[in-house]
Design a protein. Structure first.
Length: 363
């Protein structure tokens, strides 16, 4: 009896490699869900990301409208930088971004202080996660979303500067990373009280285009290992998102052992791992891998185009899983967040879910 499972049953089956009715589906639609609020008139990005109730309601409405298998509460990647003191440019409708970093000299890395996580957008993120996790409990698997230490530091200090300073004065970088890890640890403990089932980490810099194993092993792995452990200790499943072109899969999947790994695919970059390669190389053996539809297709593609891409991905994945003797160990998802842009087509998000319901069927 595997036909017509509930979302939770399907995801639990996928996570434990039991038989499931179909592949799970989760285009990473987060900020874009705000378009469903206010009776379909929507609310601005600015309002959405400052109000825990609006933040949460978008995920609740998104679930009702799209019928996802997960709800993962990503806000954007300038939450921590902003609360650490960097200036965030906040337009009405665009994803906010840091336009003034706070590191102008090596000494500035020593000035980092853990902010009050009840204030600022950290507080909105925690309280918003609490509201949608409780509202969606039992309906879907929910997860909070948090920036890893190296990502938060690059957003606060500026990525270019941080990568240069890593070589000139690694100890300065470590001082800042220690403080950001404490900040992350406080966030983990707070997420642990919200009722979310998992916590999804954005460990973006595990990317061979930027860092080798030695550098990643020095500048993030020890901090991430500690935070991953803390995630479990606070009752949440470990999920990782990394939309790098050349992700460190051995470290992030085999060593970190997340329950879910969300990744992207860059067909034009040699060595970027496709869905079937990831499965064939054994990375889905003990982990639910999610990916890898190009997020730009949600703005630029037609329903027909994105339906074809989704259908092709379902078949590619099912063939690879079958060869490896795996069940539903792949979630049809976007490679990164569906752009929260006002021009993103909601019908394209719906198409990914609806096509997966048919073409992702397993027997
Ligand atoms: Zn991403």
């Amino acid at each position: 009896m595997t036909e017509g499972m509930t979302h939770v049953e399907r995801v639990m089956a996928a996570l434990t490699n039991e038989k499931a009715d179909r592949l799970p589906a989760y285009p990473i639609a987060c900020g874009v869900n705000r378009k469903l609020l206010n009776g379909g008139k929507g609310v601005s990005y600015r309002d959405w990301c400052h109000d825990p109730k609006l933040f949460a309601q978008a995920f609740i409405e998104g679930q009702k409208y799209f019928d996802f298998d997960f709800a993962i509460g990503l806000m954007d990647l300038s939450v921590m930088a902003g609360d650490l003191g960097a200036h965030v440019r906040m337009d009405e409708e665009n994803t906010p971004f840091v336009d003034k970093h706070i590191v102008n000299s090596l000494e500035d890395y020593e000035k980092f202080v853990v902010p009050d996580i009840k204030k600022g957008r950290s507080g909105v993120l925690i309280e918003g996660t609490r509201i949608y996790s409780q509202a969606l409990a039992g309906q879907v698997i929910t997860a909070g979303f948090l920036e890893g230490p190296l990502l938060a530091l690059s957003q606060t200090a500026g990525a270019e500067r941080m990568f240069l300073d890593m070589f000139t004065d690694p100890s300065a970088i470590h001082k800042a990373l220690k403080v950001i890890t404490e900040y992350d640890a406080e966030m983990v403990k707070a997420f642990g009280t919200t009722g979310c089932n998992g916590l999804c980490w954005d460990y973006l810099w595990a990317n061979y285009s930027c860092l080798g194993d030695a550098e990643y092993g020095e500048f993030e792995e020890p901090y991430a290992t500690k935070l991953n452990k803390l995630t479990g200790e606070n009752g949440m499943a470990l999920a990782i998102h990394n939309c790098a072109d050349l992700p460190h899969l051995d470290t992030q999947i085999k060593k970190f052992k997340p329950a879910i790994y969300s990744m992207a695919y860059y067909p034009l970059i040699p060595g970027s791992p496709s869905a079937s390669e990831v499965i064939e190389k054994g990375y889905a053996d003990n982990c639910l891998v999610a990916g890898q539809i190009d997020p730009q297709l949600f703005i630029r593609g037609t329903v027909e185009k994105i339906s074809k891409v989704t259908s092709d991905l379902c078949h590619e994945v099912k063939t690879a899983l079958c060869k490896r003797n795996l069940n539903a160990r792949y979630c049809i998802a976007s490679g990164c967040e569906v752009p929260p842009d006002i021009n993103t087509k909601l019908e394209n998000i719906k198409a990914v879910v609806d096509v997966t319901k048919k073409e992702g069927r397993l027997n």
